[in-house]
Ligand binder design. Structure first.
Ligand SMILES: Nc1ncnc2c1ncn2[C@@H]1O[C@H](COP(=O)(O)OP(=O)(O)OP(=O)(O)O)[C@@H](O)[C@H]1O
Ligand SMILES: [Mg+2]
Length: 250
């Protein structure tokens, strides 16, 4: 498998306090990799370093993909622009011709099941799930071969979350992008990803990884429940994720 992203010995400090260190990871082209770990361990920091939003204080990042998109927990839409114009925003920044823009917005919107009528609405007129779909369409519109997802569905209810996961699985299958998908939810990680990386509680690198058998979208619910249940109960790699009380972290 060709390589899309490599992190080697990545470290980062905020105001002199080291929050992540010794982070090594390699993500292959077209590979969906989930990153899980307790709150505050440095997952978002790793995604920001990997995507180039912040510079690591040490270590090396190699981006071998062509273009990336990003999806965050909040949709981060412009309130004064329609869904269409929000999705088109990265194309405007790239000075794409207006005619091409509309065609590509329509294609990206269709991938996340947004109707043409929804595209004329402003964010305040959209439901939470529709806003998040617009945010995903905005990531897809640049035709990325890599997408960073930072807990995109954490704020959504269980049924909607599942539908959104299916949209991502389908879009990934069709557009063949690789992804770093950050989540707290092991079931979500197991549904969406080829491989799950577990971050150390204190940001000291990746504690380990587990490959998810089968392909995203082709795994039965029963198999996924069995797998995540065994991770929860018997797998020492996942033990630290849920027993950290973030209020005790200084
Ligand atoms: N801009 C910043 N300035 C100073 N400290 C920061 C900043 N961003 C994050 N931190 C600190 O870095 C550490 C890692 O934060 P980060 O947001 O990467 O964790 P996380 O694993 O994404 O957590 P969560 O699961 O809650 O989103 C935390 O201790 C946090 O307080
Ligand atoms: Mg985070």
């Amino acid at each position: 498998m060709e390589t899309a992203l490599v992190l080697e010995g990545v470290e980062h400090a905020y105001l002199g306090r080291t929050v992540v260190s010794g982070v090594d990871m390699r993500i292959g082209a077209g590979e969906i990799t989930a990153l899980v770990g307790p709150s505050g361990c440095g997952k978002s920091t790793v995604a920001q370093i990997a995507s180039g939003l912040i510079e690591p204080s040490r270590g090396r990042v190699s981006r071998l993909y062509r273009r990336h998109g990003m999806v965050f927990q909040e949709p981060r839409l412009l309130a004064w622009a329609t869904a269409h114009d929000n999705i088109a925003y990265p194309l405007r920044l790239a000075a794409t011709a207006r005619r091409d823009r509309s065609r590509r917005v329509a294609a990206a919107a269709a991938r996340v099941s947004l109707e043409p009528a929804d595209l004329l609405k402003y964010p305040v007129e959209l439901s939470g799930g529709m806003r998040q779909r617009a945010a995903i369409a905005r990531a897809l519109v640049v035709e990325p071969d890599f997408i960073y997802f930072d807990e995109p569905f954490t704020a959504l209810d269980a049924a909607l979350k599942r539908r959104m996961q299916d949209l991502v699985i389908m879009a990934a299958g069709a557009a063949r992008f690789a992804a770093l998908f950050i989540t707290h939810d092991l079931m979500e990680a197991a549904r969406i990803a080829h491989r799950v990386l577990v971050m150390d509680t204190h940001g000291r690198g990746i504690a380990g990884e587990r490959r998810v058998p089968g392909e995203p979208g082709a795994r039965s619910d029963e198999a996924l429940y069995r797998l995540t249940d065994s991770w929860h109960r018997d797998d020492p790699l996942f033990r630290h994720i849920f027993d950290v009380d973030e209020r005790r972290i200084p």
